[in-house]
Write a protein that binds this ligand. Sequence first.
Ligand code: UDP
Length: 252
Amino acid sequence: MDRIDGRQVNQLRPVKITRNYIKHAEGSVLIEMGDTKVICTASVEERVPPFLKGQGRGWVTGEYGMLPRSTEVRKVRDSSKGKVDGRTMEIQRLIGRALRSVVDLEALGEITIFIDCDVIQADGGTRTASITGAYVALVDALTKLLEQGKISRIPLNSFVAAVSVGIKDNTVILDLNYAEDSTCQVDMNIVMTEKGQLVEIQGTGEEKPFTKQEMEQMLAYGEKGIMELIKIQKESLGELANLIGVEGNGSG
Ligand code: UDP
């Protein structure tokens, strides 16, 4: 099958991660996957939500938004409607879960990291790009805490990244752009750690229910894409990548 942008079926779009993109945040990244561009920041606050008070554990939480002209047709801001829509809620929860899956919250201590993912240009796969970029911003924020002596090690058990896969014209494809996403029959988002462990799978076959065999192929493409994304995360982090998942870094 020929893809709209000439890619192989199991090929990612060009990926670029730019660290230290925002001056004020402890960690900040611009991630570009093809024409999808997301700014991810990680902000540190030395307190935890009420439900965690006094337990000696930290928290990582996510927020997500799309700028009005990130999309082809101007999208009204959530804030001007006075409520967060269901899609946004779903995505921000996913981002929080994805990152928490690799954080040792006990080793973090009573600190909250707020992850903000703001889409400046949307061309499919904004939630998965958010997770991949936010992880790098999180490492930078944790490194600042380590330098300040507020934590004794980087409390991360593994790398984590995410990618979309789908089925279009009966063919499994990796990393869908908007033109593909809006015309595919099956759409799936996969979050996976460096160890190849699945954190989350969001898949829907509403238009064409899919078989377990097709699911296997989507997972295989997803894993290939995620391992490439983790390699890019590591390249962008340089030496810092060596501090992650080292011996004695807890369970996971
Ligand atoms: N999209 C849009 N307006 C919206 C929501 C989505 O234009 O309100 C586009 C955008 O390009 C997005 C794509 O549709 O990346 C796919 O949206 P989906 O909800 O599947 O999330 P994503 O793939 O971005 O995680």
